[in-house]
Design a protein around this ligand. Sequence first.
Ligand SMILES: [Zn+2]
Length: 111
Amino acid sequence: MHEMGIMKSVVSIVAEHAKAQKVKRVLLEVGKLSAVMPDALHFCFDVIAKGTVLEGAKLEIIEVIGQAKCRACGQEVELHQIVTACACGSRDLERLSGAELNIKEMELEAA
Ligand SMILES: [Zn+2]
């Protein structure tokens, strides 16, 4: 389960920025093509956050649809899954986004 490794780095990055302050909320942006399960992320977050400044923090996940450009006709295509064809029938797509995982926001508990 690679969510565990992803969450470990997310928690350590957030903890570093929090500088020992309690974290209240973390907002993650996850690309639909990143092959990461949001449920698994929630589970891993609870496990890894234990005993850190992130313990008890709320994890929010936004799923982002992927975008690609068709090399045959130049149209932009929305990617809901990894294998998609353009409306013109071409599968020669250049992926623009959809596999990212970003920490969008973090909210610290007011001192
Ligand atoms: Zn096309």
